[in-house]
Design a protein around this ligand. Sequence first.
Ligand SMILES: *Cc1c(COP(=O)(O)O)cnc(C)c1O
Length: 389
Amino acid sequence: MTARALETRLVHPEQDRDPRTGASSIPIYQVSTYHQDDPEHLGRYDYARSDNPTREALEVAIADLEGGARGFAFASGMAAISSVLLTLQAGDHLVVGEDIYGGTYRILTTVLKRWGLTCTFVDSTDLERFAAAITPQTKAVFVETPSNPTLKITDLAAVAALAHHHGLLAITDNTFMSPALQRPLELGFDIVVHSATKFIGGHSDLIAGLAVARDAETGRRLRHVQNAFGAILGPQDSWLALRGLKTLAVRLRQQQASAETLARWLQTQPQVTRVYYPTLDGHPGRDIHLRQAGGGGAVVSFELASRAAAVRLLKSVRLPLVAVSLGGVESILSYPVTMSHAAMPAAEREARGISAGLVRLSVGLEAVADLRADLEQALAATAETASAS
Ligand SMILES: *Cc1c(COP(=O)(O)O)cnc(C)c1O
């Protein structure tokens, strides 16, 4: 039989029904322990930090979707990322893309720094500079593409080749694309991590993290940390993530189509000074992105002339949540300056294109005409701000 398409494997993962009853979803095994018939030879399940059938169904599913040997579910995206980093050791050095998620930056520069892990942050869209940061102590590279919030594109195949040339572990955060749009392990990465809080959960009702190892040995090391450190995903949340996966492809397809429509429309709006979206003409990473991903995704960032205009927009929209996070069925409008990038000094933010007028829109499943109409009235309100000041 030929390999089934991703859409089919989302609905019918390897464990797509309860083997005991035929029930249409894997039951929520709300347990901590398992009776042992033979105390000398423990069964497949002994304690639920180590193994839980609901979590296992999710772990098997994500491993298959990303094309890896083994999958892992964690209590949050940060628990997944932190557990992956804990497979390294004191004295190890990482080369990290400078536009990675703020929480990854925080764990690396505070907690893990105290435990002796060092890292250099470099623009991962500039491969020569990225390569130049590799030292004899370097053990891993960590990148994220498209980046947040300016959607810069890193060449995944090139970074993986560079890492392997130097014998380094190649790690990437695939949250913005999900396996429905981008599968980094197929491009040579060793570990892919997700905040399943975002597109995989998809309904803004769950905090969860996933990681997939490409080969069995990397999987064994990660399994050791998962069980030892214990930041596992609970059975209720594993079930919610499994449910989210079933509609991932169809949600993203619609959200991406709307995002692309809105990105093009935003480019024509006089109040909008700049639009960031990976597949727009003139985006410097467009060709690389289209080579490695199935579309631009559902996140569009755009810039207004001033902080006052951005704040007015955020206060004037009626449909999107004004909130941190992304990837939900509802549109979410974020303000990086006070939200995701609040901890970054203003000069550093400006240098990365995160101006006071920049907002990030995660496009949901509302009718695109309604979203456009809502943005139109909110942009009109910002024009009043401009003329009043
Ligand atoms: C949200 C996010 C994380 C962290 O995930 P949590 O589930 O909030 O811990 C990591 N990486 C990216 C790209 C994210 O958007």
